[in-house]
Design a protein around this ligand. Sequence first.
Ligand code: XMP
Length: 606
Amino acid sequence: MRHDAIAVIDFGGQYAHLIATKIRRLHVLAEIRQPDDATDIFARYQGIVLSGSPSLSSFGEDSQYNRAIYDLDVPIVGFCFGHQELAKHYGGTVMHGRQEWGPADLQIVGDSPLFTGLSKVERVWMSHFDSVTSVGPAFEEIGYTTLGESGAAHRFAAIGSNSLRRYGVQFHPEVDDTVHGDEMIANFVLGICGCRASWTMERYVEERVEQVRRQVGDESVFLLASGGVDSTVAARLLGMAIGPERLHLLHVDNGLMRKDESRDVMAMFRAFGLEQNLHFVDASETFLSALAGAVEPERKRKIIGNTFIEVFEREARRLGIERHLLGQGTIYPDTIETGGTKRADTIKTHHNRVPIIEEMLAQGRVVEPLADLYKVEVRELGEKLDIPHEMTWRHPFPGPGLGVRLLCSGGSESRDGFDAIEPAVAAVASRHGLDARALPIKSVGVKADLRSYEHPVMLCGDAPWERLLEVAGQLFKGVPGINRCIWNLGLSAPARVRPLAASVTKDRLDLLREADHLVMEGLRRHGIYGDIWQCPTVLVPMEVDGTGREFVIVRPVHSERAMTATPAHLPTPLLDELRAQILALPGVSGLALDITTKPPGTIEWE
Ligand code: XMP
């Protein structure tokens, strides 16, 4: 039977999930589907969206997907790569090399139902190398693009066949920069597909509660509850589904928490009435000894993820909780970043997606009621479930905690590509009166949907905030081999920068905890905690003054879904206070602000 829902086929583009989110905002259920899912699965939907794709070019090896979808009597719309595939399937042609980036003006032709209610010219957002150059007999051009007065027309930017109910657009209606993209999506979903706007958070809750009951049967759930918004909302939902008696919450102090975090989290759970079956274990020793000597970020992430499971199983045995499933507050970005969809690259392994958990998932032993939501939706759900505001709006804190903010090093200098990087970055910065140098360490980033592990650049000197961001942008565009830019907040430009040998130790964690505490207090004191998405503080084993003391980096960002981010501007008085307080910590010799967008950096350094 058909239900009021849309399938979004994920060809690996970074916006596939964003399409689903935008559809859900119309109160219609959207589900992410794989290109090779069975035809009868697709037949159950009221409409299908073909997403973009970073890795599959229409010109690469023949892209594999279930083309029987085109035989279904279900409306289909393709965006970007999907547009090109649809055009080709119905006898059109696609050529390589007619590219557009960023803004374009869509000149609408005729009166396609896809563009009902819109103006004749619409601002849209482009990102493509390949273009549709002709369409098959059933199709017509419903829009072409121009840019500026004199720009040549770029044909077949939008195509459609009302008789087949097939449409394609070269641009991305799902990104916010396509000004009326939401209206175009609504025209497809509510108009062409005829979906009713009946999917609400209340319905989502009902569906999840049902699903959890079916999955859990008469067993118990043992939920890893960090105190973050995801696991807390998951706890509330699980409690509704199976009742408080069969729900056990386990808060693990893994030694990688913020200052006084575990104490505060336990108090918070009690205050919310979640104290029934609330368990706490201080496993910091176990985690620290597991991490001893680990340097490489992915290795650290996997150790932390595995140790969570080890501790969880030990505690379940100790408490005599038999026949239980593992509960987690996993959300969609955890899966996509771990490369958990077929075509996505592993940017970083999230703690709740290590191989042992993947195995348990395959056996149906893991309950994750929020696995297809983003943080904004989890927060919305949290408010619906009466979780207090201060809890729902806490900054996100990653499962591996300070473990991914405490960089480690064998101590040897990593200077790959420096001969080319150093003169190039110096040349760009000097045009703006700044000094720049590449740093002999590496951090994780994301470039064109792929993981990168590259050098940061440090800018030294004074310039207005907008100028600093502009220089950072020029560096990323012009110099290969770098994925981050930091701005020195120290009193002078460092004479010599050298990596230090360092691993995960309690002393280093205590130092990072203190620096992080100063930053968090500062944000609250200046009343800007709520304006900022997240603000990691990072301890980098790098000395700038020959004393063996380390370097601290503060990374305030704005974001909506953590898939992209922009650096947040902190007020100068706060920067002055942080400079005084953090540089006074024993063990710290330098301080900088991370001014990197995502991409090319990620929010966390590892
Ligand atoms: P990145 O660093 O990739 O992070 O830009 C995106 C968001 O995810 C958080 N993050 C994690 N959350 N387990 C989590 O629960 C993890 O292993 C993990 N790694 C990163 C990060 O803090 C940011 O909000």
